[in-house]
Design a binder for this molecule. Structure first.
Ligand code: 5AD
Ligand code: SF4
Length: 452
């Protein structure tokens, strides 16, 4: 049996795509390996969102090249594939810069991998056309064993691409226009996952709350409506979705946070900046106060909501005062967790052409201050759960023998002593202590609950 090694960079969509590639290659006779040196096929599933992420690929390809040469000396062939967003954005350029690469395949084309891999060694290929057909229609379904192996919490892509064109972002170019999968196909995949023991679904998309898929009734379904339907699936006890845009939080979705117990009280809603001028220059199409009011509305229906966000510091032209506006917004809103980045100019995006780029030193200083504040908020949030009783979805054995580990509704890792529980159960735990990354608790109920 041939072996494939897949390495994914960047977002959750890439994790999902990597799994689909592995499923597809399983039916082509490849088994997955975690050791690159024993792989007959190496796939790098790449990310183009910031320069650092994109450059990582080339340094990795240097190592892959050495490995390929060593294996060749031993008479073994290694095929090398670059997939994902760097493949989409740079195409042929990758073949030029990295001689070890055999195939470059975009995120909308990886269903073609089996035929691309059959091409002779002399023929290096690039497949980054946006096809008319749906790649998902061509992908084999994962086996129950493969699903189980990946755990009780699964990603499910419901939407791809983005039409928002934030001026800093490559996504509309690498992932293309916004496309929603039809409800029937999502349900089919969700039922299959639930049947194999999945308890939690995280619906993913580059702009997931813009979802507008065709329903079985012929009507267009919103994300709110889709969540209601998915919550009816036996075995599915938790639902999440990511990543969202503030402009697409419609009334139906907000109401779902009130009406659906399975929808976890946790929302990743990137705001990027707290300055109205910067938000406008980013083409985010909302103000800081509009974001504040939106959060108030969601918290009004779901007072337990834990919020998470992305931030960019040092967008071109950002002044000290504008950066302070972001710090103020963070102080006003309060975030349980977050991701923050220095602005990175991306070729082909409008912001990269703005002359007033912020210096590296200023970006570093701002990022340091912003991350301190966000870290204080994260710790405060975690400490705030000490003494509470939280439902925990059990995902794996804990760090030490006799311990179990799972996630709280707020996505916090929780550890507790247990010798009687199974992965996939939801148990009630009293939180006793907050460490720097995990919570530690005591099991208080229920006595036993059959895992699906
Ligand atoms: N520079 C820095 N951060 C970026 N992001 C997207 N594009 C850039 C860029 N050019 C961040 C945004 C987005 C997250 C996925 O990555 O915060 O929400
Ligand atoms: Fe990029 Fe998100 Fe803006 Fe779309 S909404 S352009 S993916 S930052």
């Amino acid at each position: 049996m041939k072996k494939v090694f897949v390495k994914s960079y960047g977002c959750q969509m890439n994790v999902y795509d990597a799994e689909r590639m592995a499923d597809m290659l399983a039916s082509e006779g490849y088994s997955e390996t975690k050791a690159m040196e024993e792989a007959d096929l190496v796939i790098l599933n790449t990310c183009h969102i910031r320069e650092k992420a994109a450059e990582k690929v080339y340094s990795e390809l240097g190592r892959v090249r050495e490995l390929k040469q060593e294996r060749e000396a031993a008479g073994r062939e290694t095929k090398v594939v670059v997939a994902g967003c760097v493949a989409q954005a740079e195409g042929k350029e990758i073949l030029r810069r990295a001689p070890a690469v055999d195939v470059v395949v975009g995120p909308q084309n990886y269903h073609n991998l089996p035929s691309l891999l059959k091409k002779p060694r002399s023929e290096r290929v690039v497949d980054t056309e946006f096809p008319v057909e749906d790649k998902f229609d061509h992908l084999p379904k994962p086996s129950k064993a493969a699903i189980r192996n990946r755990g009780v919490s699964a990603f499910l892509t419901i939407q791809e691409g983005c039409d928002k064109f934030c001026t800093f972002c490559v996504v509309p170019y690498t992932r293309g226009a916004e496309v929603s999968r039809p409800v029937a196909k999502i349900l089919d995949e969700a039922l299959r996952l639930a049947d194999a023991g999945v308890r939690e679904l995280t619906l993913i998309g580059q702009n997931v709350n813009a979802y507008h898929g065709e329903g079985p009734d012929g009507a267009v379904w919103s994300l709110g409506r889709l969540l209601h339907r998915l919550a009816e699936i036996p075995g599915i006890v938790r639902l999440r979705y990511t990543t969202s845009h503030p402009r697409d939080m419609d009334d139906e979705l907000i109401a779902a946070h009130r009406d659906l117990p399975a929808l976890m009280p946790y929302l990743h809603l990137p705001v990027q900046s707290g300055s109205d001028r910067i938000l406008d220059a980013m083409n985010r199409r909302h103000t800081g106060d509009e974001y504040r009011r939106l959060i108030e509305r969601i918290r009004h229906v779901q007072p337990n909501l834990a919020l998470s966000s992305d931030f960019i510091v040092g967008f071109p032209g950002e002044t000290d005062a504008e950066f302070e506006d972001t710090m103020r917004l963070i102080a006003d809103v309060g975030f349980a967790s977050s991701f923050s980045f220095k602005y990175s100019p991306r070729p082909g995006t409008p912001a990269a052409d703005i002359e007033a780029q912020v210096s590296e030193a200023v970006k570093a200083e701002r990022l340091g201050r912003l991350q301190n504040l966000l870290e204080m908020q994260r710790q405060a949030f975690n400490h705030g759960t000490v003494g509470q009783t939280l439902d925990v979805l059990l995902e794996k054995p804990g760090r030490h023998p006799g311990q179990m580990a799972g996630k709280s509704p707020y996505l916090q890792p929780v550890q507790f002593e247990s010798d009687r529980h199974a992965i996939g159960e939801i148990v009630t735990v009293r939180i006793m202590r907050a460490g720097s990354n995990s919570l530690f608790g005591e099991w208080i109920g229920p006595d036993s609950q059959a895992a699906a």
